[in-house]
Each structure stands twice: as C-alpha cells, then as structure tokens.
Write a protein that binds this ligand. Sequence first.
Ligand SMILES: N[C@@H](CCC(=O)N[C@@H](CS)C(=O)NCC(=O)O)C(=O)O
Length: 272
Amino acid sequence: MTFTLYHHGSSVCAAKVRFAMAEKDLDWDGVYIDILKGEQFDPEYQKLNPKSVVPTLVHDGTVITDSTVICEYLDMLDPETSLHPTDPWERAQVRYWTKAVDEDLHPACGAVTFVCSHRHTVAKNLGPEGVKEFLASTPEFSVTADWNTKKKIFVRDGFDAPEAPEKVKLYDSYLQKMEKALEGHDWLVGNKFSIADVAMTPYVNRLAMMSMRGMWENGRLPNVEKWFTRIEALPNFKKCFIDWVPEDLTNDLRENGAKSWPEVAKILEIEI
Ligand SMILES: N[C@@H](CCC(=O)N[C@@H](CS)C(=O)NCC(=O)O)C(=O)O
C-alpha cells in the first residue's frame, strides 16, 4: 500500500490526518502545499481537490478528500488499529464530534485563524497585489460554501468583521463541550482514545500555537487542560503537530496570536 498525503504544516485538517496515520502506524509520502502562498490553487492540484483545500490522500491511485472521510477510510482499511469504538452508542458519540468539527468548529477556526494571524502572514508572503490574487483565486465552494466571500472579509477587516466575535464564541463553545464530556474521563468518548480525540486535537493545538491557552488555563476549563497535557505527552504529538510547521509560521502564529489575545479575551470576558 502506498499513501501520498498532500498537506500543509499548520492546516488543522491535514494535521488530523497526519495524527490518525501516525496512531495507526501507517507510512506516507508527503507533498507539501503551502496554502498561505496559494499553492492550493495550482490547476494540477485542483484536479485532485476541486475545493482547493488540503489534505488530499492518494492511496494506490485512489483519491480521497475531506479529512473526516479520509480518517474513516483509513480506519476501514486497517480495522486492527481502529480508532472508532465498536459499541454503537459510543460510535454515535464519536460521529457527533467529527460531524460538529466539520460543520461548525472548522469554519469557526478558519475565521478566527485568519482574523488573528493568517491575514498578516499572507500579507507578508504575497504583498498587496499578491493578496488580491490569492483571495480572488479561492473557489466559492472551498473551506465552506461561501469561503471566497468570507475569507476576503476576514482578511480585510480582522476583528471588525461582523462575524468575528460570534466565531470566537463558537470556537470557545466547543472547549466548553469538551470540558463537560471530559468530566471524570481521560478521553472524549468511552474512556478510550478515539478519532474524537484525534479530531479535536488540531483545534485545541491551534489555540495553543496562537498563545491562547488562557482559553482553558488558570482554572477556566481544567478538564480540557488535563486532556491537552495528556495529548501533548503522546509520542506522536510533536512530530504530527509541531515539527511540520515551518519556523517562520510557528513564530507568526505565536506572535500574531499574542497580539490578538486581548481582543479574544475581551470577547470571551476572560480577565487578563
Ligand atoms: N472539509 C475539508 C476542509 C479542508 C480545509 O478547510 N482545509 C484548509 C486548511 S485546514 C485549506 O486548505 N484552506 C485553503 C484556503 O483557505 O484557501 C477537510 O476536512 O479536509
């Protein structure tokens, strides 16, 4: 079996697949697509992934897109190392997490990340004319069905974008849901590490990389704090989530995030 993964260092969806593959002990070759330089708009890549997003997995010539679908596909290929529970109710709960990530949390994360950090990286990478081209190249049906329009607004207006505060609150509501689910449990579903934990890890890590651990630290969400400490201690965490992010992007996320943190904290009424 050969796997080729088209991915990007900081992409939450790509990191999710890297994590699932590592936990399942599957080897892969990577093709790096820099989505903050517009490489996802290359017509050759668009043949594989018409939404111009990462990740895309090619397995022995078969193309699979969408990170949740990829993870489910990989799990069926190798049920021995399954990350899905067999109990029907536990599996349903896992699906609630992964469905919510796809429908709700992921678009909120894209918005918050562009508002807080990526808009600065894109401007630095591409300059004013390049940014215009980058924004114009985004297909309408991309990260969401209205991503072309929304991305322009988040890049142009930052925290003044009308939807910015509600996206921050939506993101936070998922941390609150995790806090409840983790009450008395180490993992999100059924007291066993599962694809639900894999799916949520990139989103908590994104906030950590943007200097926003204050969303759960200092006694705010202690179960999430303990869960993320457990996740960070897993042998595959660093190689999947930290090492793939280029140093300049890591610095951008940390520094731009730190500058944005007071605004985020204000929206969430967190005292700093
Ligand atoms: N439903 C897709 C969404 C993938 C997605 O949104 N990828 C983002 C990075 S996490 C992307 O490639 N964005 C490109 C852009 O904003 O132009 C999945 O789960 O794989």
